[in-house]
Design a protein around this ligand. Structure first.
Ligand SMILES: [Zn+2]
Length: 153
């Protein structure tokens, strides 16, 4: 890469850092001629992610909307907002890793359910009872059994 200070074409990379999702890279570079240092950032350019809703309409994947829905499910539960934001990031990158540009709202809902199940059972049940129809009464009963066992620990 050309040095932004002296225009020399040769540089060396001193340090490379990626974030946890590895979709972002930061490099510290040094010019081999003038020895000045600078930083470059690389991010992956994604196509917009579209969500198909059950009514046939589509909309842009909206992290904030999902965070808000999870926040409501987690109301008065011991779940930090940061954990919700992390969960939504995980969902987003999971979809992206599958190289998809479209997803259904039902699939997003299921992924949110999976995250909430690991975070807080009450929040999970609240969310699932609104956004996902339980397959059977038995399935719902099983989930309640799991949650009452966890509360005893
Ligand atoms: Zn230079």
């Amino acid at each position: 890469m050309q040095c932004p200070f002296c225009g020399n074409a040769e540089d060396k990379v001193l340090e490379t850092r990626t974030n946890s999702e590895e979709n972002y890279i930061k490099r510290r570079r040094e010019c081999l001629s003038c020895k000045k240092k600078w930083v470059t950032h690389e991010t992956i350019e994604y196509k917009p992610l579209m969500v198909f809703k059950s009514n046939g309409r589509k909309e842009l994947f909206d992290k904030n909307k999902i965070i808000k829905g999870m926040e409501i499910a987690c109301r008065k539960r011991p779940v930090a907002l940061e954990d919700i934001v992390d969960a939504v990031d995980r969902i987003y990158y999971k979809i992206r890793r599958d190289d998809k540009n479209t997803i259904t709202s039902e699939q997003v809902g299921n992924m949110v359910c999976d995250e909430l199940k690991n975070m807080d059972m009450v929040a999970y049940i609240r969310f699932a009872s609104v956004y996902r129809k339980f397959e059977s009464v038995e399935e719902f009963r099983q989930i309640l059994n799991i949650s009452s066992k966890e509360n005893k620990e």
